[in-house]
Design a protein around this ligand. Sequence first.
Ligand SMILES: Cc1cc2nc3c(=O)[nH]c(=O)nc-3n(C[C@H](O)[C@H](O)[C@H](O)COP(=O)(O)OP(=O)(O)OC[C@H]3O[C@@H](n4cnc5c(N)ncnc54)[C@H](O)[C@@H]3O)c2cc1C
Ligand code: FES
Length: 353
Amino acid sequence: MTRTANQARPKAPSPVVQLTVHQVVRETADAVTLVLNAPTANTVRYRAGQFLTLRVPSADGPLARCYSLSSSPVADNLPAVTIKRVRDGRASNWICDNVTAGMVLDTLPPAGNFVPRDWDAPFVLLAAGSGITPVMSILRTALVAHRNPITLVYANADRESVIFDRDLAELARRHGDRLTVVHLLETEHGLPDATLIASAIANPAGAHVYICGPGPFMTVARAAASSKGIDEAQIHHEVFVSLESDAFEARPAESAPSADGDQVTATVELDGEEHTIDWPKSTVLLDVLLDKGLDAPYVCREGTCGGCAYTLLSGEVEMLDNQTLDDYDLARGSRLACQSLPRSEHLAIAFDI
Ligand SMILES: Cc1cc2nc3c(=O)[nH]c(=O)nc-3n(C[C@H](O)[C@H](O)[C@H](O)COP(=O)(O)OP(=O)(O)OC[C@H]3O[C@@H](n4cnc5c(N)ncnc54)[C@H](O)[C@@H]3O)c2cc1C
Ligand code: FES
């Protein structure tokens, strides 16, 4: 169905979903898993590697924080997130100290782009600390629903800080024919560098690599994967940062009216409908869509979370910022709606493909 979207509707943030904490699992001294009760199975529909956004109180007012789902959409009945304390961090420490079973949390729907698309390729999963969370979801999904060989290299300060230590040992035991788990502990191996990580990647041929952890780890992990001859386009990463803005607050779209000739046209496929829009050259796509009352997905509006990713089918855009899409995502046409300005006269865009 084609329609021209020109009727302004109020701009609302993504719908807030209230989830009850079913169980709090103390994973380590510094990390907890919150198993969440969704009212219906469809309330939290997610793909392995995606995250939820939680509203957390703090002395500075409510904070919006992204937490990757550590559960698997195919192996677990209930969604779960795993949070590790950050030194002096406001939300992470509040969660670890205060959340109990029965508490109700405000969340935003699952989002994110750290989602494998080729589940036949061998996986090399490189994680450090809390970076295990999306990787655990990917790992368990692959083990249950696919047949590809997997190597997990997991770096931590010491044995006590290994999140999911027992689960990983059990998975390695049960799936010894296709899963290899290598722990790199600073107490035994020193700080992980590219050489050490590379030495743990035994079978790199054709692998897709998924990396998540602190910045310095991601740098050496990427170098390790490259040194094993893995194509840059097959190396994916997830960046963990704190959102600066409150993703729960409705914010007006910053859409400025354009003079004639200062706008282009785009067709936008969204929720199964095709819309034709005028797109002012100085307004980011997300703001244009929200201004027209279209229910485009987003979380941070800062270029960090990937929640507004779409596929550019034709035409060109310039992205003001991009802290989340990698070379592979860009090559397959992924772009961020909250950062995209048009750079051609006609564009075709699709969400959710
Ligand atoms: C897509 C995504 C997925 C994520 N998934 C996970 C996950 O699964 N598990 C997980 O544990 N985390 C995850 N994170 C990270 C998480 O969202 C938070 O960033 C993390 O919990 C820290 O938040 P905080 O409020 O505790 O720390 P903050 O209060 O934001 O502080 C972070 C750091 O900045 C310092 N700081 C704070 N304010 C200032 C200031 N004004 N000046 C200087 N320094 C300051 C603090 O001391 C601290 O070291 C994810 C992030 C993203 C974007
Ligand atoms: S909404 Fe987070 S990157 Fe655009």
